[in-house]
Design a binder for this molecule. Structure first.
Ligand SMILES: Nc1nc2c(c(=O)[nH]1)N[C@H]1C(S)=C(S)[C@@H](COP(=O)(O)OP(=O)(O)OC[C@H]3O[C@@H](n4cnc5c(=O)[nH]c(N)nc54)[C@H](O)[C@@H]3O)O[C@H]1N2
Ligand SMILES: Nc1nc2c(c(=O)[nH]1)N[C@H]1C(S)=C(S)[C@@H](COP(=O)(O)OP(=O)(O)OC[C@H]3O[C@@H](n4cnc5c(=O)[nH]c(N)nc54)[C@H](O)[C@@H]3O)O[C@H]1N2
Ligand code: SF4
Ligand SMILES: [Mo]
Length: 773
């Protein structure tokens, strides 16, 4: 019997040391250079490091953190360098590789191994029943897809997934292709990521994006970082936090884990950071129980309201009266003055958060003395059943003291992929509003479909049920990133055709429909010069700044195409020679695409001119720019969010699935998680020593993780137990190895985001038979 990919021997025996208490410093610099050296060599590596995140250069393909206006010559982090090395590698997956590796071999390899084989350099086709992918011409590939789409009973039997690296230009054409075909089935990675933020923000402030700029962060009095690990996932955010700190800000960190990056930052751009002690970032660390944030912000709001009874300045009454709706119901929900009620609410919050009452009061003191507050968050808040109410309560917290639409204050959901926010702006969403569809239809003279399409979880269910038969992915690694791995892989296998536009080999290429295609795309780092004329693309960062990105290094093969060219070529094959959309012209000159975007999407006036301004331009944001709230009520909405939190039950822990320092989502760069002291392996589960003692889990022992859900149990074998200072009652392990534990039907209310941060698990003896003796 073949070995399952999860039991890759390289991942079997992790070595565990003490966690670190500071981040970055010299090791980050040497690690960056090591990755670049190993993958790209100096000839490709040096131009990359020179150009990344510089005006005139290319946007880092890593996370969505923005660039400062005044750039340092080295404006990147260790994980940006790893992302560059991974993408710009000289290693290649070519026809020889594909003919040497039958699919059964590839299906047996770990995601790490697959990614390490190099860039995809040639279009590849897996005919029905074939044992190997084989080279195919671009025209044949397009014709195959067009024929399968044409054979569907209805366009809604196709789904078009997007991952967040796709440029604005490619994303705009891609959604046009799907909608002209007749479907809104445009699931994206955002459905698993910040969808909860988008849902909560759209309802409360009228726009699903963050309201702060880098300057706001620098000017804040108090920054609360909740459910986010910037030291690993947005490393240059530490520079912004350091700057804020030096200007007098205080920082409160809310996290079940004491993440090194939020403790002390050694800025590699300064001598102080490289050789000295660095900067202490966190003033108050609240080690919250997984899922306790709604309880925390709820009690905080109650206490702020209570403070306002004796000191009216505790809330911004003028802002509340002028700009908000629903305050009375909100205040009533948090109760009138009543000492026993307040005590009971506080006791309940202590129970649900695992925090001491004094810690909550310490945060309250910081809040009441701060005029400008920013709350930053990421997946620790969005991937829970009650994620949307949690974020609504965060918004209410900011509204109470007028902390939206003034300098130094606001909401800061920190986005993941480098253009995930831009993709949404371009229409990658299964539920785009009518005003967008109207403008798109007018511009391209067709009637876009109006029924909402499938999101990510909806797409998996539809594939499972035979309703979606053609799955097309613009980037990403759908089967590895989505929940319920076994169910999702089975669903994918039911498709008639699966197509992936990709840069690197991954698990989704080897778990296929009856037929499959891999289409090799150029990435951010690659020079894109169709017909010899160099083109640039644009992206939008987490703070709504749109700017240009131009590749730096020659593509590894002439057979790779830009995402724009791929969409345009496919669209021509699908819609035929008479289709009036000038697909070929778009593919030759991206300015022509930007002209169309300007006419369809608000905020892009003078797009081509402003995209050429170094540093780009800011999209309008009504709440930030003028305290205008385009909600249903025309005001910012207070909401009523009954307190709830997940319960594990006796003998169980709440498992959160998170990222190591050596990965970008499903892309594994290496097997270390340096800051947490984990080396040479990924199958670890972090457990509080006191919980471990109660549950009889010895440090270093191996176990199975078993998740419990209404339909059945799910098992992930062979995890090394690591005693670790996480909050009581909680555990942590890396995704994607643990996605097998996340039930497809365990999703957030409203946003339908998988609850990847609160999975009830029990521990059983290791069933893999692979435990080292
Ligand atoms: N190097 C690197 N960079 C990345 C990525 C990557 O994989 N690698 N991924 C990118 C993407 S797509 C995204 S979305 C972002 C993700 O960025 P993050 O959200 O920082 O990513 P996670 O590793 O999922 O970390 C979640 C953090 O929330 C904490 N947490 C978990 N549950 C709770 C909770 O209930 N409450 C609170 N308060 N905290 C909790 C965890 O302990 C952890 O510190 O990063 C982006 N950047
Ligand atoms: N359990 C659990 N599951 C999670 C999460 C979690 O915290 N826990 N996080 C969720 C989150 S926040 C997200 S965003 C999703 C991520 O889900 P995805 O976006 O689907 O996954 P990625 O791993 O980012 O995709 C990596 C692949 O994208 C391709 N790629 C990279 N760059 C490019 C490019 O420029 N163009 C093209 N065409 N392809 C490219 C490569 O082939 C690579 O293998 O995962 C989610 N899944
Ligand atoms: S912070 Fe994010 S965008 Fe910036 S260099 Fe690092 S990975 Fe790239
Ligand atoms: Mo994400």
């Amino acid at each position: 019997m073949s070995k399952a990919p999860e039991t890759d021997p390289a991942q079997d025996t992790p070595d565990v040391r003490s966690p670190r208490h500071h981040a970055v410093g010299l090791p980050a610099v040497t690690n960056s250079l090591r990755h670049i050296g190993a993958q790209t060599g100096l000839k490709r590596g040096l131009p990359l490091l020179r150009d990344v995140n510089q005006a005139g250069g290319f946007d880092c393909p890593g996370c969505a953190w923005p660039e400062p206006a005044h750039r340092h010559p080295a404006e990147f982090c260790e994980n940006g360098a790893k992302a560059l090395a991974e993408e710009a590698t000289r290693r290649r997956v070519d026809p020889a590789f594909l003919s040497a590796h039958p699919l059964t071999d590839l299906a047996d390899k770990s995601g790490y191994w697959l990614g390490q084989q190099g860039r995809l350099t040639t279009p590849a086709y897996l005919p029905e029943g074939a044992t190997h992918y084989q080279p195919v011409t671009w025209d044949d590939a397009y014709a195959l897809i067009a024929a399968e789409l044409d054979a569907l009973d209805h366009p809604d039997q196709a789904a078009f997934y997007t991952s967040g690296r796709t440029s604005n230009e490619a994303a705009f054409l891609y959604q046009l292709l799907a909608r002209k075909l007749g479907t809104n089935n445009l699931p994206d990675c955002s459905n698993m990521c910040h969808e909860s933020s988008g849902a909560a923000l759209a309802e409360t402030i009228g726009i699903g994006k963050g309201s702060v700029t880098l300057d706001d962060l620098h000017q804040a009095d108090l920054i609360i970082v909740a459910g986010q690990n910037p030291g690993t996932n947005h490393p240059r955010m530490l520079t912004a936090l350091e700057k804020a700190k030096r200007a007098g800000a205080r920082i409160a960190t809310v996290n079940p884990l004491p993440e090194a990056g939020m403790q002390r930052f050694k800025n590699p751009q300064t001598a102080r950071g490289l050789a000295g002690r660095g900067t202490d970032l966190t003033d108050l660390f609240l080690q919250i129980k997984v899922g306790g944030d709604l309880a925390l912000f709820s009690i905080l709001n109650r206490l702020v309201l209570r403070a306002a009874e004796t000191d009216p300045a505790a809330i911004d009454r003028h802002f509340i009266d002028a700009h908000t709706h629903g305050f009375d119901a909100f205040a009533a929900h948090h109760g009138a003055r009543d000492e026993s009620g307040d005590a009971a609410a506080l006791a309940d919050a202590v129970e649900r958060t695992g925090l001491a009452a004094e810690e909550i009061e310490a945060l309250l003191d910081m809040v009441l003395t701060a005029n400008r507050i920013v709350v930053c968050w990421a997946m620790g808040l969005t991937q829970h059943r009650h994620a949307v109410p949690t974020i609504r309560e965060v918004v209410a917290f900011l509204l109470l003291r007028g902390n939206i639409g003034k300098p130094g204050a606001g909401v800061c959901p920190v986005r993941g992929h480098s253009n995930v926010q831009g993709d949404r702006t371009m229409g990658i969403w299964e539920r785009m509003p009518d005003r967008f569809l109207d403008a798109l239809g007018t511009e391209f003279d067709f009637a876009p479909p109006r029924d909402h399409g499938f999101d990510t979880v909806g797409t998996i269910r539809a594939m499972r049920d035979g309703e979606v038969k053609v799955f097309f992915a613009m980037g990403g690694n759908f089967v590895a990133a989505t929940p319920d791995t076994a169910a999702t892989e089975a669903a994918m296998r039911r498709c008639r055709l699966t197509v992936h536009v990709s840069t690197k080999l991954n698990r989704s290429h080897v778990v296929t429909g009856a037929r499959a295609l891999i289409l090799p795309a150029l990435g951010r780092t690659d020079i894109d010069a169709p017909g010899g004329r160099e083109q640039f693309v644009t992206v939008e960062d987490s703070m709504g700044i749109v700017h240009a990105s131009r590749g730096s290094v020659p593509a590894l093969s002439a057979d790779m195409r830009s995402e724009v060219a791929i969409v345009a070529g496919l669209a021509r094959a699908v819609f035929g020679p008479d289709d009036p959309v000038p697909w070929e012209e778009f593919a030759a000159d991206y300015d022509l695409i930007r002209d169309r975007i300007e006419r369809v999407v608000p905020g892009f006036d003078d797009y081509n001119a402003r995209a050429r301004v170094p540093g780009g331009f800011a999209l309008p944001h009504a709440p930030r720019d003028g305290r205008v709230f385009p909600t249903a009520t025309g005001k910012a909405n207070f909401t009523v969010n009954p307190v709830t939190s997940p319960e594990a039950g006796p003998g169980r822990l709440l498992l959160q699935t998170l990222r190591s320092h050596d990965q970008f989502n499903t892309t594994i760069y290496g097997l270390d998680d340096r800051y947490r002291g984990i080396h040479d392996g990924r199958r670890v589960v972090l457990v509080n020593p006191e919980d471990a003692a109660e549950l009889g889990l010895a440090d270093g022992a191996y176990c199975d993780l078993v998740s419990e859900w209404a339909d059945r149990d799910r098992r992930a074998p062979h995890f090394r137990i690591v005693h670790y200072p996480t909050a009581r009652g909680c555990a942590a392990a890396y995704f994607p190895e643990t996605n097998v534990l996340v039930p497809l039907d365990s999703v957030a209310e409203t946003s339908n985001t998988p609850t990847s941060k609160s999975i009830v698990v029990r521990f059983e003896p290791d069933s893999s038979g692979a435990s080292p003796s």
